[in-house]
Design a protein around this ligand. Structure first.
Ligand SMILES: Nc1ncnc2c1ncn2[C@@H]1O[C@H](COP(=O)(O)OP(=O)(O)O)[C@@H](O)[C@H]1O
Ligand SMILES: [Mg+2]
Length: 278
């Protein structure tokens, strides 16, 4: 049995006008423990819906999700909350997902208050400090509030908060989409290292093939709620079979050009002294 098993998952939404949208249409996938599975697709293809269904942040209409042998759709409220410490999500917009009134120390420590209430204040502070260091932040950031951090640093806080309870499975919903190109690379490097150090299993959602290629062993290409292609990353990327994937790959030339352009702009910004992520 795979660590994550999704079978025939379906989610429909009803639009205000009454139309139905089949956001996720009979999707099945397996993720082995310690692997990283990428899902790519355009905006509106159903990626976030899939991400939320897998961790049951929203309820599916039909199908099944089993994580680490646990039937996620069958869990009661209390058991689901207890399991949440093992299954975490990192969202696209770090600032929107962090409470602006809280200090970084409290944002990152909050899951411990909930899931490990027996910890002393001092033990919790030590866990938070260690976690911040692991994601590339320092003690300097502890007493700050989210607005006083750069976008990259905010996302590092989001990652620290997701990992503080030592989860085994992380869903990353476009974790670097809101970041500048070079900051993106350094946050992805941190995520890759965390996965390796902690033996984590990732479901990484992205609209960027380059990101998924660098991070994932397996890739699915999502289009209008279905996987049009699914397999080992090297096969999908080097020898796409579906017409839609081929189209995405040819668009990639433009994306790669975009990377070069961003690098040049960044070099210019540095020369003119405009700062970026620390
Ligand atoms: N809460 C909702 N109510 C109605 N339609 C929704 C809702 N959330 C998403 N959708 C629709 O479902 C489809 C998939 O959305 P989403 O999962 O957010 O895609 P992606 O993350 O790939 O951009 C889109 O057509 C979107 O408009
Ligand atoms: Mg989305």
């Amino acid at each position: 049995m795979s660590f994550v098993e999704v079978r025939d998952l379906v989610k429909k939404y009803r639009r205000p006008g009454g139309d139905e949208v089949l956001a996720v249409d009979r999707i099945s996938m397996d993720i082995e423990r310690g692997d990283s599975m990428g899902v790519i697709g355009e905006s509106g293809s159903g990626k976030s819906t899939l991400a939320r269904l897998v961790l049951r942040l929203i309820d599916a209409d039909s199908g099944s999700v089993v994580v680490d042998g646990v039937d996620v759709r069958a869990l009661g409220g209390r058991e689901l909350r207890r399991r949440r410490q093992h299954w975490q999500i990192v969202f696209q917009e770090p600032f929107a997902s962090l409470n602006p009134r809280m200090k970084i120390e409290d944002i990152v420590g909050e899951p411990l208050v909930i899931h490990e209430p027996g910890l002393s204040h001092r033990e919790r502070a030590m866990r938070v400090a260690g976690m911040l260091e692991e994601v590339g932040l320092s003690g300097d950031h502890l007493m700050r509030r989210p607005a006083h951090l750069s976008g990259g640093q905010q996302q590092r806080v989001g990652i620290a908060r997701a990992l503080i309870t030592n989860p085994s499975f992380i869903v990353l919903d476009e974790p670097t989409a809101s970041l500048d190109m070079t900051i993106r690379a350094s946050v992805l490097a941190t995520l890759a290292k965390l996965r390796q150090d902690r033996g984590l299993t990732y479901l990484l959602i992205s609209h960027d093939i380059t990101t998924v290629e660098a991070m994932c062993s397996h890739v699915a290409v999502m289009h209008r709620g279905v996987f049009v292609e699914y397999g080992e990353a090297s096969d999908v990327i080097n020898a796409p079979r579906a017409a839609y994937t081929k189209e995405l790959m040819s668009a990639r030339l433009t994306v790669d050009f975009g990377v070069g352009q961003a690098r040049r702009e960044l070099a210019n910004a540095r020369n003119t002294g405009k700062g970026t992520d620390a």
